[in-house]
Design a protein around this ligand. Structure first.
Ligand code: NAD
Length: 344
């Protein structure tokens, strides 16, 4: 039997653990897996593009577990009452191919992306960072905000979205959190002024320039989340030119990240090398650092392992006959259990 986790189950895991503990625990899984990066069989995700968005498959495996995520990105979906990003995924046993877990990954993607952003910022942002500008206040934004609050000690969020209702929603959702000040601004330029960290998490199927070079101050760390697809960027190339840039998996980021604008020899560092102590992160306090995040399959592999363990502990999920349970594995036909007449 395969365990199936719905969005309700994942919401329950988050409520039972509390979001702060959930993010911390997820961070542990991410760090453990990033530290054993060379053990994974990796490939850039496979994308099906259309005029309205993209649908992607994200596979990865080590010698024991295989996972994939199905995920879309459709920035105009809100006009149809649908989220921009929706996802589900599978964790399977490499030795047999048996799917162990089939789970929702929409909520989980928001949590794993936020935890990954905070993981990168722990190595790349100045340790005395306390303020973060959050540009784009849609579905991912509260998760980013809370990951940086709980895991990085961010105490002030400076908010901007071209849709004021999105910012109002974020303020409604997060007001009352002790030690977290929320301030909204009328433009990106105003919101980012003086911030230690800038997170861009906008959705537009365009070569956008949310951040331009004159907005960037020495020592800033930029967590670029929304530029994650060919033809979809957030950072002006001048921002990348003056920064030390970090990516997840270079072959995928060259196609999808903000660095798609740069020549093929533009220098980047894969984040796992910093976690393993094989490359330096931030070199000095006035350096500008960029985490050009696109979302890599390993983050979902870690998240699925996290969900599997939480579901076992909390006895959540439904056992589903996703594949047949057979007395004689060669007798698949018996599964039909049909009267003789129905075979004709
Ligand atoms: N890197 C990753 O791992 C990862 C993971 C999940 C989502 N994403 C990306 O993050 C982005 C946000 O996802 P979401 O689910 O929050 O989408 P969403 O549609 O819910 O929210 C996006 C918000 O960006 C705002 N926006 C658009 N253009 C803007 C601009 N020029 N200035 C300020 N705000 C602007 C929109 O008004 C909207 O409120 C998407 O591009 C998505 O593809 C990346």
């Amino acid at each position: 039997m395969t365990t199936v986790l719905s969005t309700h189950d994942v919401a329950r895991i988050t409520r039972e653990l509390g979001l702060a503990r959930c993010l911390k625990r997820l961070l542990g899984y991410l760090e453990a897996d990033f530290r054993r990066w060379p053990e994974f069989d990796k490939t850039p995700r496979v994308a099906a593009h259309s005029s309205s968005g993209v649908i992607e498959l994200m596979p990865i495996a080590d010698d024991r577990l295989y996972s994939f995520k199905y995920v879309n990105g459709h920035p105009r979906n809100f006009l149809r009452g649908l989220p921009t990003v929706m996802a589900f995924g599978v964790l399977a046993d490499v030795a047999t191919g048996r799917p162990e877990l089939l789970s929702e990954l929409t909520l989980t993607t928001a949590m794993r992306t936020a935890a990954t952003s905070a993981m990168a910022a722990r190595y790349l942002a100045r340790p005395d960072s306390h303020t973060m500008a959050l540009i784009g206040n849609g579905a991912q934004s509260e998760f980013q905000a809370l990951a940086f609050h709980h895991l990085m000690g961010i105490r002030e969020l400076r908010l901007f979205d071209i849709d004021p209702a999105a910012t109002e929603k974020l303020i409604r959702n997060l007001s009352g959190i002790p030690g977290l000040r929320l301030r909204s601004f009328g433009s990106t330029a105003e919101a980012v002024r003086g911030a230690d960290i800038i997170t861009t998490v906008t959705a537009d199927k365009a070569l956008a320039t949310i951040l331009t070079p004159e907005m960037i101050e020495p020592g800033m760390h930029i967590n670029g989340v929304g530029g994650d697809c060919p033809g979809k960027t957030e950072l002006h190339r001048g921002v990348l030119e003056r920064a030390k840039v970090f990516v997840e998996y270079e072959p995928q980021s060259r196609l999808e990240g903000d660095i798609q604008q740069m020549p093929p020899d533009f220098e980047v560092t894969e984040l796992w090398r910093v976690l393993r102590g094989e490359a330096s992160g931030r070199d000095h306090a006035s350096q500008v650092t960029v985490f050009d995040s696109v979302g890599f399959a390993l983050e979902d592999f870690s998240a699925l392992r996290f969900l599997r363990d939480c579901a076992r502990e909390l006895e959540l999920g439904e056992a589903m006959a996703l594949i047949p349970d057979m007395d004689d594995p060669k007798d698949l036909f018996a599964q039909l259990a049909m009267p003789e007449m129905a075979l004709a």
